[in-house]
Design a protein around this ligand. Structure first.
Ligand code: PFF
Length: 459
């Protein structure tokens, strides 16, 4: 392990795998993925998503890991060291991470709010799950509770990384397996609810007519978001590894774990949507309002619901810390800030933009005030942030990263790093070189352009 006073470091390979998997497994899997799978047609979207992860996701992750471990630097410093003309690719990643963390902390706060709601006020949640969700977002006044919990979540994120990742590693070792088991249990319960078979059919029926440019771009953006790619976080994480760590197997394990969690969440939530008849709504109501139907239907549902939101919170915080770590590492290493000061400054700006995100949910969407005043039909601020990151900035970051590895640094050097100078086997080295050099930049570039040309409408 490289020791550096200003940077967090991993204690073991398992710690790295769990922390990187912790970064990957988050709100993206449980809160975003089911909604996208539903909106983009179910089965066919799942296939497109799996192809995106298997071909593009794994190779971009490997590219990021090799850059990070080769240089032992954060995203900007790493690219600068390999070729100073390309440091801006790392900078783009830091900017993307900064935008994501602004809304990520808000949704993390919603998860905390639901933990408390399930402990203290579960009957109100269950009486009308959608009204409760919208109420949290401010349909009956200012969303004070949501905003306060978001601040608590942000504070916890900043507090944890001000103390390094050791605590996260320890927590991950226990809680990641619990999250996994709980998701499997809930998935089985959800799939066996009366009426759930329609949802299962929806998820397993492959109708290719649902796949258009938007669906493909959604799958790609979701894959990058879910695997924490395209913004240099995995570069930063791998920079804390030594040559003893096997990047090939780590990449495989992390991609498989992340994808399994997304699939479990999809098969937990979509059948529940059909069984409960709670229409999927705005602002990611899937993970909040819809699931109430499952918890209501099982013995001990209050306790299990509370546990679920606690684990959602946990999945979110192991991701939010990784994003904030990426932004902080940049300010500390490249701009010479003291770590604590960088964290405080970042947190204040994140709190302000994040507050606007939550307020936009209610004022622009539920009440339509800002929309009607401006007279324009534009996506609400929160959706806009997501378009910008998932549809544009993350794919762009991944595009430039693979272009850099494929054409500037060279796939051979990346492969040498991946195998720790030949110590480990990399059976798919040749396909990797081909992917990173040709397939990734061309496919990602084409999808970005298609997304721009065919418009940014989402379902
Ligand atoms: N992968 C995380 C999720 O699925 O929730 C979110 C995320 C973390 C995105 C870290 C990007 C990142 F760099």
């Amino acid at each position: 392990m490289t020791a550096n006073e200003n940077r967090a470091e991993f204690g073991s390979t398992l710690g790295f795998i769990l922390s990187a998997a912790g970064s990957a497994v988050g709100l993206g899997n449980i809160w975003k993925f089911p909604g996208k799978a539903y909106a983009c047609g179910g089965g066919a979207f799942l296939i497109v998503y799996l192809i995106m992860v298997a071909l593009i996701g794994t190779s971009v992750m490997m590219a990021e890991f090799t850059i990070g471990r080769k240089t032992h630097k954060g995203a900007v410093g790493a690219l600068k060291e390999l070729n100073s003309k390309f440091a801006w690719i790392g900078g783009l990643g830091v900017l993307t991470g900064f935008i994501i963390i602004c809304y990520y902390c808000q949704v993390g706060g919603w998860a905390m709010y639901y933990v408390v709601s399930y402990i203290t006020d579960v009957q109100t949640v269950w009486a009308d799950p959608m009204a409760y969700f919208l109420g949290m977002l401010g349909s009956n006044g200012l969303p004070v509770a949501a905003l306060v919990w978001a601040l608590v979540f942000l504070f916890l994120t900043a507090f944890i990384i001000s103390h390094g990742t050791a605590g996260i590693e320890k927590m991950s070792t226990i809680l990641m397996p619990v999250l996994f088991l709980l998701l499997i249990g809930l998935m089985i319960r959800s799939c066996t609810l009366p009426g759930a078979d329609e949802g299962l059919k929806y998820m397993l029926h492959v109708d290719w007519s649902t796949i258009n440019g938007t669906a493909i771009l959604t799958a790609l953006g979701q894959a990058f978001f879910s695997l924490s790619l395209g913004m240099g976080v995995m570069i930063t994480y791998a920079s804390y590894l030594s040559k003893d760590d096997n990047l090939v197997s780590n990449t495989g394990i992390i991609c498989v774990l992340d994808t399994l969690v997304a699939l479990f969440a999809g098969f937990m939530i979509i059948p529940a949507v059909f069984a409960t008849g709670i229409a999927p709504g705005m602002g990611g109501a899937f993970g909040f309002a819809t699931l109430a139907g499952v918890f209501m239907a099982i013995p001990g549902g209050q306790f299990i619901g509370m546990l679920f939101y606690f684990l959602l919170f946990f999945a979110a915080i192991t991701s939010s810390t990784s994003i904030l770590e990426g932004c902080t590492a940049y300010l500390v290493e490249e701009k010479g800030f003291e770590r604590k000061k960088a964290l405080v400054g970042l947190s204040i700006v994140i709190a302000i933009i994040g507050t606007l995100y939550t307020l936009s949910q209610v004022y622009m969407n539920i009440k339509g005030i800002w929309i009607s005043r401006s007279g324009l039909e534009f996506p609400i601020f929160g959706d806009f942030l997501e378009y910008l990151t998932d549809r544009l900035l993350l794919p762009l970051g991944a595009f430039f990263t693979t272009f850099f590895v494929g054409w500037i640094w060279g796939p051979d050097k990346s492969i040498t790093e991946a195998t720790s100078d030949g110590k480990y086997k990399f059976a798919l080295a040749k396909p990797y070189a081909f992917l990173v050099k040709y397939v990734d930049p061309i496919a990602i570039g084409a999808i970005i352009v298609a997304g721009m040309v065919f418009g940014m409408n989402i379902s």
